[in-house]
Write a protein that binds this ligand. Structure first.
Ligand code: ADP
Ligand code: MG
Length: 718
């Protein structure tokens, strides 16, 4: 029976001749529908009175407190707009500590006093809702007997309409807190950190005498993912339950030819991508780049950067849409950090910067040595990352990311900064208090072709191994996992940078506008660079020598996830996050509990799924194969054959050895009564050991009898 599971999947795929045609070319289409499912400025102006519209836009764009009197008008307008877009329901759309988004729909439909059906949606409905907080992770902040929790409208992220085949739902981006005001989500701390950083930037810019301007923190989140055919997925309980292949021998060909990265996208995948983009564009999510990634069946989507809070919401929606559209196309989108051992895993690069008016604070300009605002801002970041590398590392913790970090495909657990040679030289000059004229390198590249256009070379090469790299006019943090929300990383980074900027402003304020300003700034930056340059590293972060060097420099190396969560309990981090109103100590401790528990549970689920599959899918096949071999051996011996006996014996013994080992390793996993922080590492090792036996078996058992789709199928047949 099980022998044919894989064959059935392959047959189904072989029959798949129905690849849809490419959609008709209509270059103007995206402009016709871009942002149409968002209650954006255009919709606001169309559906609200001018006064109310301006008040709402001031909140969205400038963070002005919303006049409570306009909530009723806004609700009314939102309802009319949403109904015009086909909506029948509304929901507060929020981000509890489960890692995904949550929603509970209510119909606009209601009965009036005469018992007639009407469509209603009030200011009260818009502003607040009350889901049962006890059913979401709270790390001890909420018990069932005090279950009250609130979701509240976040007016800074526009409402949108989410479509389904039978209608649509008005989604209101919301925060989620306990009834005593503690955060139960990822959005509140993020918003608090954005508020703090903006204040610090404004203070910092005032020191330089720059007139007030709108401050925006920006994020562009690159999303990596895998696609596998649903036929295979459904035959892999591990993928279904854990998002990751717990077994699977590496195929002869995987990514070693480097032929997938940037390769031509297969038509079926391109169709999927186009459908994803259409949905994203309708929601005003500026999907920009799409391409094949390094591993087979791995892809990437990157949007144009946006305001941070919005970009985080948009990334959450992007993940949801990737999953849903994949399903519609007979595919499954795996957002797990390491679905397939042996090939690259998936990350989420966070590109971060800040603008002040029209000025990108991380744009070095033509000559960074003369750009004192840039130099001071950069130095503040260097200081922040040196002081808070542990928090940034903490933001990358998930059970899945463990398999990826530091494994020659993603940055190691040591957080350092890459600046490139030129900027590093510039900071060295500042430190030494010298000013050398910038010697521009010959920039035009020599290609040797008369027909090629002139190519300008970049000032510095890229360094793909650094966790936190300066990439021209932004920083790119590369350690977050593909399934993670961008919120925690950015929350910690914002607070850390805010603190460093304030440190600088405090020293500059007394001399601001005086002739002593330049000298004070020069002295201060020199001092800060000297103290914190240990965190700058332009070399190969994957190398063994860096691990030693980093240790010598005193940089933390929090190797395991459980170690990496400890900074949440650290007094120095409590001080920082409390000072900036981002987290209270209680909230941080609750997060430590949530993450630790989630980590241990995931490890336990993986072990249990692996054991179950080994016991109920692999073992029966091995037993039957072994039985057949043993019978053949017997028969051959009875027949008095001379040739072939040795061969059958060897096969039987190889299989028998692995059979014994398989049972031992299944038993070893079953021996764990509980899994907790103490024995978690040992449990992971036991699960790994079981895998190595199963993978060895995959290589010796008759291919036709192997019940699980193999790597060579999942990663190449789609
Ligand atoms: P690469 O990672 O290959 O250098 P890109 O240069 O295309 O790729 O940029 C990657 C991401 O960085 C994109 O999402 C882009 O929008 C984003 N990005 C560019 N400039 C900024 C900025 N000032 N702030 C935040 N993100 C930015
Ligand atoms: Mg990138």
């Amino acid at each position: 029976m099980s022998a044919n599971r894989r064959e059935r999947a392959l047959e189904a795929l072989a029959r798949r001749v129905d690849l849809p045609d490419a959609p008709p070319t209509n270059a103007s289409a995206p402009l016709d529908y871009y942002g149409k499912d968002v209650f954006n400025a255009a919709a606001i102006r169309k559906y609200l009175s001018r006064g109310a519209a301006e008040k709402l836009l001031a909140t969205i764009q400038d963070g002005a407190r919303l006049d409570p009197n306009v909530a009723g008008d806004v609700a009314h307008a939102m309802k009319d707009w949403a109904i015009s877009r086909g909506a029948t329901h509304f929901t507060h759309w929020f981000q509890p500590m489960t890692g995904s988004t949550a929603e509970k729909h209510d119909a606009f439909l209601d009965l009036n006093e005469q018992g007639e059906a009407i469509m209603t949606f009030s200011g009260k409905n818009l502003v607040k809702s009350e889901p049962d907080a006890s059913s979401f992770p709270s790390g001890g902040l909420r018990c069932t007997f005090e279950a009250r929790g609130y979701t509240a409208w976040d007016p800074t992220s526009p409402a949108f309409v989410k479509r389904n085949p039978k209608g649509a739902t008005l989604c209101i981006p919301s925060i989620f807190c306990s009834h005593t005001g503690e955060t139960l989500d990822r959005k509140i701390p993020l918003l608090r950190s954005i508020q703090a950083l903006k204040r610090s930037i404004e203070r910092f810019m005032t020191c330089f005498g720059v007139p007030a301007a709108r401050t925006t923190i920006t994020l562009g989140a690159e999303q990596e993912y895998f696609l596998v055919d649903r036929e295979f997925y459904l035959r892999r309980p591990d993928l279904v339950q854990t998002g990751r292949a717990l077994f699977g021998a590496a195929p002869a060909k995987h990514q070693q030819l480097e032929d997938h990265y940037f390769g031509a996208v297969k038509p079926r995948v391109l169709n999927f991508m186009a459908e994803v983009e259409e949905e994203l564009w309708r929601l005003g999510i500026p999907a920009k780049t799409r391409h094949n990634e390094v591993a087979p069946a791995q892809f990437e989507l990157a949007p144009t950067f946006e305001e941070l809070n919005l970009a985080v919401d948009h990334n959450m929606l992007t993940m949801e849409i990737l999953r849903r559209v994949a399903e519609k196309n007979g595919l499954v989108c795996l957002l797990h950090e390491k679905p397939f051992a042996g090939v690259n895993g998936s990350g989420k690069h966070n590109n971060w910067s800040a603008t002040y008016g029209s000025r990108n604070l991380l744009d070095p300009g033509d000559d960074p040595r003369r750009n004192s605002i840039f130099l001071a801002f950069l130095t503040a970041i260097v200081r922040a990352v040196d002081l808070r590398g542990d928090l940034l590392r903490c933001s990358t913790v998930t059970a899945g990311n463990d398999w990826r970090l530091g494994a020659n495909e993603a940055p190691p657990a040591i957080v350092s900064i890459y600046l490139g040679d030129r900027l590093t030289e510039t900071l060295e000059q500042v430190e030494r208090g010298v000013f050398e004229e910038y010697r521009a390198r010959p920039k035009t590249l020599k290609i040797g072709l008369t027909t090629a256009p002139r190519l300008e070379g970049d000032d510095s090469d890229r360094n793909r191994t650094s966790p936190f790299a300066f990439t021209g006019n932004k920083f790119e943090f590369r350690a977050c996992g593909s399934s993670q929300s961008c919120a925690p990383f950015n929350t910690y980074l914002n607070a850390s940078v805010a603190e460093s900027l304030d440190y600088i402003s405090e020293r500059l304020e007394p001399v601001a506008g005086t002739p002593r300003f330049d000298e004070t700034l020069q002295g201060l930056l020199a001092e800060l660079i000297k103290s914190h340059k240990r965190v700058i590293y332009n070399g190969n972060n994957y190398s063994e020598s860096w691990v030693k060097e980093a240790e010598r420099r005193g940089l933390p190396n929090l190797k395991t996830s459980l170690q990496a969560l400890r900074p949440l309990l650290d007094a120095k981090n409590h001080q920082l996050l409390e000072k900036y109103g981002v987290f209270s100590a209680i909230e941080l401790e609750s997060r430590y509990e949530i993450f630790t528990e989630e980590y241990v549970r995931k490890i336990q689920i993986e072990g249990e799924v692996a054991r179950d599959m080994a016991q109920n899918m692999i073992l029966p096949v091995v037993l039957s194969e072994y039985g057949k071999l043993a019978q053949s051996l017997q028969a051959a011996q009875n027949a008095g054959l001379a040739a072939g006996i040795a061969g059958i014996k060897r096969s039987t013994e190889t299989l028998g050895g692995l059979l014994d080992e398989l049972q031992e390793r299944i038993a070893a996993l079953a021996d764990f009564k509980t899994v907790d922080v103490e024995n978690c590492e040992r449990y992971i090792e036991a699960t790994k050991a079981l895998r190595s036996t199963v993978d060895a078996l995959e290589l010796v058992v008759d291919d036709a009898k192997w019940p699980l789709p193999k790597y060579r199928e999942m990663l190449f047949v789609y």
